[in-house]
Ligand binder design. Structure first.
Ligand code: SF4
Ligand code: SF4
Length: 442
């Protein structure tokens, strides 16, 4: 088996224990919840505005929030029932209040009429993009950038390569792994649709070498379907953060995305494997994006990979997994490296929720920096995390700007390596938020 290694700075990034305890757990469908809570802002970009009122009856798949902004993805009812409340909750990724619609179930799961497509190959790129947009699809690796926007690069950016990201490099999470094993045909079908939009010369599926069964399965499917001349599965070393877009591009194509740039600046679009499945469902079956795979793992009694309706409270998933263990500590949305601590179990699963990780034990105590330089050695973006953290801590945000803070993609490698337990990424997030506020105020 040919394995691609890091092409530049092999010491960058970190070797982590994988802890993929749920890798062999087949997907289970969580029973329909009694209620769902649908935040109106679940994507990078503009929030939605509600297009239903309190007391209104809704069908599963019915659009309940939308926006006239380009960088937005509409939201849909994930169960049928009645809009019982319109409330405000705190959105963990942003820490900002967000309006949310609560739907009380009628237990019937009555769907809107689905607009299926008999011959998707006859659709134009514009028609496919329209279906992706209307289905409310966003990047499901956690980025939540609206997919129709990412697949609409400006005319001066010529895309010659698509990379489908099946790395899932964060420890513990196994949702994408199960997607590749159990929904392989839909992954390839979605990838075909992405190719139909962008007409690339090369299409790669990047998978880390700790998922040998998924690599074999997709290679066999590709051969059986006669796609061997179109798609290539690339085996990548399991080294965090291999699944970060820029790292993936460097390792597969040996191209460097410029500082402050995007993959399209080097002719590449990266999409996640779960997103490809959502694209298939939207185009072939006319299904809006109302459910996703979530790994529930860590200090819960029966860790699982669950297919969950969006808006289901976290507590419902944890109860289904046998409840919290005695030693349970923090609840993290996402993996241990990039995930966000969530104190409220009534918060819902949203489009970006790939994992609920329950840590064991008490949070660790921050100490003073000992200038060891480990954070600098591991940063895949060649930044100086210690400088960013020190300046952010005392509010010297302009110094963070000079130290290229915008190039930090919050992978957490620095904080993981820090012997002083400094929450470097949290400081960086605060600085980014303050700098963004200043930009808006100007
Ligand atoms: S500074 Fe940012 S990109 Fe660099 S290691 Fe830390 S979190 Fe990752
Ligand atoms: S790893 Fe931690 S202690 Fe070492 S230089 Fe970076 S911030 Fe300081």
């Amino acid at each position: 088996m040919k394995i691609k290694f890091w092409q530049k700075g092999s010491s960058r990034g970190v070797k982590l224990p994988h802890n993929k305890f749920t890798a062999k757990n087949a997907i289970e469908t969580l029973p329909l919840p009694e209620k769902v809570i649908i935040p109106l802002h679940q994507n990078i970009g503009a929030p939605c505005v509600a297009c239903v009122k309190r007391g209104e009856k809704v069908l599963t798949g019915q659009k309940i929030g939308d926006s006239d902004k380009f960088v937005n993805a509409p939201v849909h009812a994930s169960i049928s029932g009645t809009i019982s409340t319109i409330t405000t909750i705190i959105n963990p990724p942003t820490g900002q209040p967000v309006t949310a619609l609560v739907i009380s179930s009628d237990r019937e799961d009555s769907w809107v009429e689905l607009n299926t497509t008999k011959n998707p190959k006859a659709l134009s790129a514009r028609e496919i993009l329209g279906k992706i947009r209307e289905a409310g699809i966003v990047g499901l690796g956690g980025a939540t950038f609206p997919t129709h926007v990412k697949l609409s690069p400006p005319e001066d950016k010529k895309i010659d390569t698509i990379i489908l990201n099946g790395c899932e490099c964060e420890p513990y999470i196994t949702a994408d792994h199960r997607v590749m094993l159990e929904y392989g045909e839909k992954v390839l079908s979605g990838l075909n649709l992405i190719s139909q939009i962008l007409s690339p010369k090369n299409v790669y599926i990047g998978i880390e070498d700790n998922k040998a069964d998924a690599i074999t399965h997709l290679r066999e499917l590709i051969a059986a379907k006669g796609y061997a001349n179109s798609f290539e599965v690339v085996t990548l070393k399991s080294q965090y953060p291999m699944g970060a877009e820029k790292t993936l591009i460097t390792n597969i194509l040996h191209r460097e995305v410029p500082i402050g740039g995007l993959p399209m600046d080097v002719g590449v679009v990266v999409q996640n494997v779960h997103t490809a499945v959502a694209i298939h469902n939207a185009v072939y079956e006319g299904r809006p994006f109302v459910e996703r795979l979530v790994t529930v793992t860590g200090a819960v009694n029966n860790p699982k990979n669950l297919l969950v309706r969006l808006g289901t409270p976290l507590r419902t998933l944890i109860d289904y997994c046998g409840g919290l263990k005695k030693e349970a500590g923090e609840i993290i949305l996402g993996g241990p490296m990039m995930g966000i601590s969530q104190p409220d179990l009534d918060f819902p699963v949203t489009k970006g929720t790939s994992c609920i990780l329950v840590t064991a034990g008490n949070p660790i105590r921050e100490m003073d920096c000992i200038n060891c330089g480990r954070c600098v050695e591991v940063c895949p973006m060649h930044l100086m995390p210690t400088r960013l953290a020190k300046n952010a801590k005392v509010g010297r945000y302009e110094n963070c700007q000079e130290a290229y803070i915008d190039d930090c993609f919050e992978c957490g490698s620095c904080a993981y390596s820090c012997p002083a337990n400094i929450p470097i990424v949290q400081y960086i997030k605060v600085a980014k938020k303050e700098l963004a506020k200043r930009r808006v105020a100007k």
